[in-house]
Design a protein around this ligand. Sequence first.
Ligand SMILES: [Zn+2]
Length: 213
Amino acid sequence: MVGYNMGHLASGTVEVVCGPMFSGKTEELIRRVRRAQIARQKVQIFKPTIDDRYHKSDVVSHSSLSVEAQPVTSSTEILANLYDSTRVVAIDEIQFFDEKIIPVIKKLARRGIRVICAGLDQDYKGSSFGPLPELLCMADRVDKIQAICTVCGAPASKTYRRNAEEMSDQVLVGESDHYEARCRGHWDDHEEDEDLLAFSHSLQSGETSHVSE
Ligand SMILES: [Zn+2]
């Protein structure tokens, strides 16, 4: 018999907080961690070593709220460093992890652990970032949060990179000197997909189209 009130069989959950840069993803991760700590749950926080913007051992958000985080160089290191008593695992900058992060998260959830992930869903080109597509798909809860467009003040779900032509690396960790949050209209570089453009032209000139102008 399976009841839903059997504490020892509590199932884990996977939560994802995603969005562009400057949307407050890490603040939200820290907020959830703090609440778990108030509830006296053992929390462990991990982040990839690639993110060394501020301190080596802190998840540091842009508003300088911070919690202790353990830097790891690979996904499997999370499992290797896990304590038996840990009930909540928070992982920041999830987009920089290797593809093994998916089976690692599944394993954590299977152990009954609440996994909270935060990271970029898209790079500055608007392409999906690292393990995010599969992660968003398998998650129990997804919160896609927005920043504010630096041009017009509208909600922003895109990360815009200034001087993009000078750089080609997707994994560039930087602050506001390279990136800003933009709404879709102010992010779009108007380089439309050639195939899509050709397709729409063929529709306009084709017999099946009855649209004038
Ligand atoms: Zn805008």
